[in-house]
Design a protein around this ligand. Structure first.
Ligand code: HEC
Ligand code: HEC
Length: 427
């Protein structure tokens, strides 16, 4: 997959035009988002931050998607259930068996109607032909009646051993998962409905439910989906004001940065539209680290990305183009968080192979965990694996110089919405 360089980019970057006319996409409006119901959002808000959903009651969704870390966890690769603390303070005890294999992504704008897949490899997606309406790793066991991708997503970590469910023998949730994935959900529902304040919230969200026993996992995860889809909408950053034709003071670096983003840097070709993603998958030859998302027949720690979903060799090491919003708050970057700084991430794009070869491991933000560290750099130290990764690359060197990269970073600040982060932190 090579990128075809679009010719029209030079046309709209004309300094004589008012600034608002320069953006090659229409402003986001509220109707671009899926509708959500306020009562469901309130139920979802509480569930999202509650450890009751995890097997051993020691981790919530928010542990890995925290407002203090731009709805991520501030780590390259996080630690799932059993670890303690939040963000960079999180510590692994000796019971932790491995790191979470991928970087915890931010949750901004997932309720936008243009989003048709989630996860770094897109392994959940909307599929009108599937009986449940979605493709997911839960396959035929995915409950019917889930109303959004975010709701589908919310049903999955609950049953994942290292994320939330816990280890065999530790609790009744993982016990049920071991028999069949869909046996676990009623066990979790049982816990939640036993609490009177939850039953009150559930009744408010779903007045049609007569008694507690009528509650189904979809009632809970649809509410979490509504919460994600409404709470994390980000469309009031300076870039959005520009797109609406409002006046925004741009520095000359930001102007230059915008020109580079949509021109020489080719950024806008993959990070396109108001969400800054075309929703497709490319390999940037990112430095491998961590336990990987090993497939059954993989003999060692590796992460082949999209290929793990499609089994198509062209998709090897390709990952979904992330939407770019509030980047100042969402470090580290990339599917495994290999880069702690935006500069590092953009320098990597600028010359992927060279950056891979010269990668400095100190950029990784990994909680200290001596007993699981041995696996972290197995892929990186394997010359043949590195060769395969290099061969997969979809991006040719961009030829940006140091000051051009700085200008792009200045431009990207226009995508930050600190007021939203503030609001999320105060909730
Ligand atoms: C242990 C950390 C952890 C916990 C707990 C966790 N997540 Fe995540 N989440 C991740 C990681 C890592 C990914 C990316 C995985 C991948 O792409 O393979 C992710 C992906 C997602 C995505 C997809 C975002 C996108 O743009 O593709 C959503 C939505 C999400 N999580 C919501 C939740 C919800 C809801 C819960 C609670 C039910 C939850 N997460 C619990 C770490 C976590
Ligand atoms: C070929 C398509 C493509 C082009 C062109 C491109 N990117 Fe990316 N970008 C990606 C993909 C794919 C990822 C995720 C790669 C991974 O993690 O393996 C990514 C990741 C990022 C991230 C990390 C975001 C996060 O939340 O982790 C930033 C920032 C970024 N790109 C900025 C840029 C900038 C700035 C440019 C222009 C200099 C650019 N990109 C050009 C495809 C592209």
């Amino acid at each position: 997959m090579q990128i075809v360089k679009a010719k029209f980019f030079t046309i709209f970057i004309l300094f004589s035009l008012p600034v608002s006319a320069q953006l090659p996409w229409p402003p986001i409006v509220i109707d671009d988002y899926l509708t959500t119901r306020p009562e469901a959002v309130e139920l979802g808000r509480k569930l999202f931050a509650d450890e009751i959903l995890s097997g051993n009651k020691n981790i919530s969704c928010q542990t890995c998607h925290h407002p203090d870390f731009g709805t991520g966890d501030g780590l390259s690769l996080g630690l799932g259930e059993g670890a303690m603390g939040i963000g960079t303070e999180r510590i692994a005890n000796s019971g932790i068996k491995k790191r979470v294999p991928r970087h915890s992504p931010h949750l901004f704008n997932l309720g936008h109607k243009s989003i048709t897949a989630q996860f770094w490899d897109g392994r959940i997606s909307i599929d009108p032909d599937a009986p449940s309406g979605f493709n997911s790793p839960a396959e035929a066991w995915l409950p019917h009646g889930l109303k959004s991708l975010s709701a589908v997503q919310a049903t999955l970590p609950l049953t994942a051993q290292f994320e939330m469910a816990g280890n065999t023998g530790e609790n009744e949730v993982i016990g049920a998962v071991r028999q069949r994935i869909d046996y676990a959900w009623p066990v979790i529902v049982e816990r939640v409905i036993a609490e009177d304040n939850y039953w009150a919230l559930i009744k408010a969200a779903y007045p049609e439910l007569q008694n507690r026993r009528d509650t189904h996992i979809t009632h809970l995860t649809n509410a979490i989906g509504d919460y994600i889809n409404s709470e994390f909408r980000s469309f009031n950053a300076p870039i959005d004001k520009l797109s609406r034709g409002e006046s925004v003071d741009l520095t000359s670096d930001q102007r230059q940065g915008m020109e580079l983003f949509y021109g020489k840097g080719q950024c806008g070709e993959c990070h396109s539209g108001p969400l800054f993603s075309d929703g497709k998958f490319y390999s940037l030859a990112m430095p491998p680290m961590g336990p990987g998302r090993t497939r059954q027949w993989d003999p060692w720690a590796r992460d082949v990305g999209r290929m793990g979903v499609t089994n198509n060799a062209d998709d090897a090491y390709a990952f979904r183009v992330p939407t770019l919003r509030n980047l100042s708050f969402t470090s580290p970057y990339g599917h495994n968080g290999a880069y702690a700084s935006l500069k590092g991430m953009i320098q990597h794009h600028n010359n992927p192979i060279q950056a891979l070869e010269n990668y400095d491991r100190k950029q990784a933000v990994l909680p200290n965990a001596p007993h699981i560290e041995v696996i972290d750099w197995i892929g990186f130290n394997d010359k043949r694996e590195l060769e395969r990764i290099k061969r997969s690359v979809d991006l040719k060197p961009l030829g940006l110089n140091e000051s051009e990269i700085e200008q792009i970073i200045e431009f990207l600040k226009l995508l930050d919405e600190p007021e939203l982060i503030d609001k999320l932190q105060k909730r």
